[in-house]
Write a protein that binds this ligand. Structure first.
Ligand code: CP
Length: 325
């Protein structure tokens, strides 16, 4: 167990050692048990987390806010539109000033080519930990919750096969932060990682290379498929979700048009039957029901999406307690 995490930023799991992530899992399991047993755990009494959102949220906002209250502190919700950011407050000023009022700063900024740079500019100026609630590259707390869920459902992840797959959605062109973060973290846990996507939906090449290197070091494997069905075959964990083809075109309308070639990339019972019988279906949510995934799969016995969403609370509390205490 690693014990020296006070003051650390969580921008991507790749910047944390595996030992440190193991500690996050251990603390998250402990906090989950404590909450189930009604055991108080006010490790952050009188501490305040500032949460700055440039994009909408259901789970992230609610779980951070609830988590801070359960830890004895307070979370303040800030919609960027109610701030002076559009009138000139820079990332440096946000980091300097919010860092003096609060004990942590959490940010969701998913704009392509902007989000990660913005969060890092705040972190550079901040005296308190900066937590990435999702940017254009990474969604670290989602992926920590995903890892916790895989460990709970499947035990040791080593040697298990996870299929991180594109699926069609029409609601909006979603960021690629979830599949990037999945391939980066699950490859470090010795999983056999499959990235399944149409040719236009490539992920950022530096992270794909990193995932290959992670897999090599951890004794797992990393493969890329462009056949939706092939990715499902024999998998232990299936994680099909939409993302925009931002590397092919930054134009969201054009991306939506390209994605229409792949409306048959829907997670349904036929595809589920190609995976192992006890495979788990995962999705970070929100999902486009009956477009990205059928009701029968997302509401079916293989689906773990609500346990996965719950684990957001526990991993976030673990990271906040470890970094902000
Ligand atoms: N999975 C996730 O981040 O959900 P929200 O967008 O609702 O926060």
């Amino acid at each position: 167990m690693q014990t020296n995490m006070r003051g650390r930023d969580m921008i991507t799991t790749q910047e944390w050692t595996k030992d440190e992530i193991d500690t996050i899992m251990d603390v998250a399991m402990d906090l989950k048990r404590k909450r189930a047993m009604g055991v108080p755990h006010a490790y952050l009494r009188d501490k305040v987390l500032s949460m700055l959102f440039f994009f909408t949220s259901t789970r992230t906002r609610n779980s951070f806010e609830a988590g801070m209250a359960q830890l004895g502190g307070h979370a303040q919700f800030i919609d960027h539109q109610t701030t002076q950011i559009s009138h000139g407050d820079t990332g440096k000023e946000i980091g300097e000033i919010l860092g003096r009022y609060n004990d942590g700063i959490a940010i969701r900024q998913c704009d392509w080519g902007v989000g990660n740079d913005y969060i890092r500019s705040v972190a550079d100026a901040s005296r308190v930990p900066v937590l990435n609630m999702q940017c254009d590259h990474f969604h670290p707390f989602q992926i920590l919750a995903d890892l916790m869920t895989i460990i709970e459902k499947k035990g040791d992840p080593r040697g298990k096969t996870i299929n991180v797959s594109y699926a069609y959605a029409k609601s909006y062109q979603k960021p690629m932060s979830v599949p990037i973060s999945l391939i980066l973290l699950m490859s470090r846990y010795g999983m056999n990682v499959r990235l399944t996507r149409p040719p236009e939906f490539k992920l950022m090449p530096q992270y794909v290379e990193q995932a290959k290197e992670n897999a090599r070091k951890a004794g797992g494997s990393f493969e890329i498929f462009d056949d939706f069905d092939k990715g499902m075959e024999g998998a232990d964990v299936i994680y099909p979700k939409a993302w925009g083809c931002t590397l092919t075109t930054p134009d969201l309308e054009e991306s939506a048009k390209i994605s229409q070639q792949y409306t048959n990339w829907i997670m349904d019972d036929e595809r589920l039957a190609m995976a192992k019988r006890d495979a788990i279906y995962m999705h970070c949510l929100p999902a486009d029901r009956n477009i990205e995934v059928t009701d029968s799969v997302i509401d079916g016995p293989n689906s773990v999406v609500y346990d996965e969403a719950e684990n957001r609370l526990h991993v976030q509390k673990a990271v906040m307690a470890l970094t902000m205490s």
